[in-house]
Design a protein around this ligand. Sequence first.
Ligand code: ADP
Ligand code: MG
Length: 292
Amino acid sequence: ATPTAVMVGTGLGAEHGILIKGGESLEKAYRLTIVVFDKTGTLTRGEPEVTDIVPAEGFTPQNVLQTALSIESLSEHPLAQAIVKRGKAEGLSPLPVENFEALSGLGTRAKIAGRSCLLGNPRLMVQEGMALQGLDRQAADLAGQGKTCVLVAEEGLVIGLIALSDVPRESAGAAIAALKVAGLRVAMITGDNASTGQAIARQLEIDQVLAEVLPGDKAREIRRLQQEGQIVAMVGDGINDAPALTAADIGIAIGAGTDVAIEASDITLMTGDLQAVPRAIRLSFETMKVIR
Ligand code: ADP
Ligand code: MG
């Protein structure tokens, strides 16, 4: 690539709030076949809200929220913040928690008043041999609506579930449509449940869902796509997206994201407007045409 043309490309990008780190990423963008979006905080706004609290038989919504609020007060996960907000809005305050442990991509574990508590996704409950106490059906229905289900257990017994919904960014649908028109495949990668991921993917007309991917495994999923012969762009926002952004042929960090993600990326979008993704790719096409 001639340095001048690349400079033109990167200069134009800056005008549109697109920061391109080097000419090499422009060349790769030209050969792209698939764009993989992280779900939480990238395709969605990352501001989940509690929509449903379903107690198991013998418990009340308050019981469920009280335990969840107490544990989640110690977690920094976006789901935790939403649960804490709801608990406080209902006038509850957290009980003292001991032995708090974050289980990456799964949930949390802790002791409240000497009782062992566990909170997290269905996968965590299955892993811990926990029966869903008749909540299976409701959990499946809620996930089918694109909601994330957080199960709450005490002393080896599930006491209820909390469903949360995280709305897609307004720009998501148009951005995905533009990428597909450009002949690219569009995928979503998420640590969330497969049915939750698929419901959101259906809404946004996403071609492929990589669900229940633990934070440490996102990079491996990107490399798997590359082994299939794909040239991969990964769009992410969070700290746990950094390895995947690095593994991808082009890492795109969205501006509302963390410094770590921005550092690991080739392209940074300065706002949360996802339409900058097809714009950045189009820009690279145009720049490469000038060069060739
Ligand atoms: P994503 O890949 O969608 O950004 P994460 O990898 O952060 O999501 O988390 C994956 C899943 O792990 C969440 O959807 C949730 O089910 C579960 N999880 C992790 N931490 C917590 C927590 N503190 N409270 C509730 N659920 C959690
Ligand atoms: Mg994220």
